[in-house]
Design a protein around this ligand. Structure first.
Ligand code: SF4
Ligand code: SF4
Length: 428
């Protein structure tokens, strides 16, 4: 695609990167075939190619974004299916991230949008605040039909019925390896899942220590910054990311680290991108080093060689989180591990398509998100699983809010298969 940025504009590294990405696009439109919002809405401007044109026009002309452009960019899930499909290697993620930051800086949203986004950005990344909000949502849920705003209703509907007690495993500490240590790894305990489902980190720690890892929960680590990053709140996202980089670099230079392990794939995609986010700042070298150490928990378990398990007689419907399959290109590893552990693994026909969760998307765009959820539930039900497994808490909550069978994290099944307790969702 031809672009017309001026030399002065290209002095800005983010604009220079946008220019590079735009020039790679040959407007072939292959990406529209796998874009969930184009499939649901059928509007070219809700496809990757349409959004690329809108972003080009906005950035090149340094336009104040108009409501229509913002609406189409807001409707993008950042699922990155378009990046998997694109034959020209267009890095849509960096382009839309930059466009979102540009919109945040130059567009004044209606007051209720600003208020809602501000509350989400202030609450979700902080587990204790999020717990309080969930407790409030539980009390308000019976009155949800009286609330006129669909987004607020969606939030009340998404709030889990059970809020787990705080897990002390999420506090900074070191878990020794069982037997001779093979690796020393930092576990990112995250933010939302510390309030929504503490079993995931507990199972991860048991599994990794059993496989010979010393697991460190580093002092000072917290939210990866993804939630605010996807809302275009760059300074808030960068502050969260910088805290994590410093916390893990302290471990690297201290007792050393072989990996930074992430069990929420949405966060994993962001941590793997820290090198890009900080490429022009004073933390560039440290951020690149942390990104190089970052891996999804299933990538690490594959390196540790999971013992083969006997057949469990349990049919697992594997839901591939977009951030894992498109963002990190981790596609087969979770399925290979589950099969190796003794589970039968089946997949829905639309495995490449988003379930509609996408960070805060299901709260901010409940209409489109609901349609994608219903579609995913139908295709999962069609393969008749006993249990559904995913590698991302957002997908687990989204699918779990409508599925007729239990929904667990893949790591809970791997932990169970290697000597851990039966996942709570299966017992209930
Ligand atoms: S598939 Fe790639 S090159 Fe083709 S229109 Fe989409 S982003 Fe552009
Ligand atoms: S990230 Fe997903 S929703 Fe957004 S344009 Fe690409 S395929 Fe469509």
């Amino acid at each position: 695609m031809q672009t017309n940025f001026t030399e002065a504009q290209l002095q800005d590294p983010d604009t220079a990167r946008a220019n590079q990405i735009l020039r790679a696009c040959v407007h072939c439109g292959f990406c529209t075939a796998t874009c969930p919002t184009y499939q649901v809405l059928g509007d070219e401007l809700d496809s990757p190619r349409g959004r690329i044109y809108l972003m080009k026009d906005m950035l090149e002309n340094e336009r104040v974004p108009d409501a229509k452009t913002v609406q189409h960019i807001d409707r993008c899930l950042s699922c990155l299916a378009c990046m998997t499909t694109c034959p020209s290697g267009v890095h849509y993620m960096h382009l839309v991230d930059h466009a979102r930051a540009y919109i945040e800086e130059h567009y004044r949203r209606p007051w209720h949008d600003r208020a809602l986004r501000s509350v989400l950005a202030r609450v979700l990344p902080h587990p204790m605040r999020f717990r309080l909000a969930l407790a409030g949502a539980k009390l308000a849920r019976p009155f949800r039909r009286l609330i006129p705003d669909a987004r607020l209703r969606a939030m009340l509907e998404m709030a889990p019925r059970r809020i787990p007690p705080v897990s002390r495993n999420d506090d900074p500490q070191v878990f020794p390896a069982e037997g001779a240590p093979r690796m020393r790894v930092a576990l990112m305990t995250g933010c939302a899942q510390r309030a929504l489902n503490t079993d995931i980190n507990d199972a991860t720690i048991r599994l990794l220590t059993r496989l010979g890892c010393e697991v460190v929960v580093a002092e000072g680590q917290g939210c990866c910054g993804a939630l605010t990053h996807h809302m275009g709140r760059e300074s808030q996202a960068h502050a969260s990311a910088a805290r994590n980089i410093r916390a893990w670099v302290a471990e690297v230079t201290g007792a050393g680290l072989d990996a930074v392990v992430i069990n929420t794939s949405g966060c994993g995609t962001t941590v793997k991108d820290y090198g890009h986010m900080f490429r022009t700042g004073p933390l560039a070298e440290e951020a690149a080093a942390i990104s190089a150490l970052a891996c999804d928990v299933t990538e690490l378990v594959a390196r540790l060689e999971l013992p083969e398990g006997a057949a469990k007689g349990l049919r697992v419907g594997y839901h591939a989180a977009c951030s894992l399959q498109h963002g990190q290109k981790v596609r087969d590893t979770p399925k290979v591990l589950l099969r190796r552990a003794g589970f039968e693994v089946v997949e829905p026909a639309d495995a490449h398509l988003c379930c509609g969760s996408a960070g805060t998307y299901n709260l901010l765009q409940p209409g489109i998100s609901g349609r994608l959820k219903d579609r995913k539930l139908r295709t999962l039900e069609a393969v008749a699983p006993d249990v559904i497994a995913a590698g991302n808490i957002g997908c687990m909550m989204q699918i779990g809010s409508g599925a007729a069978v239990p929904v667990v994290h893949s790591v809970e099944l791997l932990d169970w298969a290697t000597g851990g307790p039966r996942p709570r969702a299966l017992s209930e």
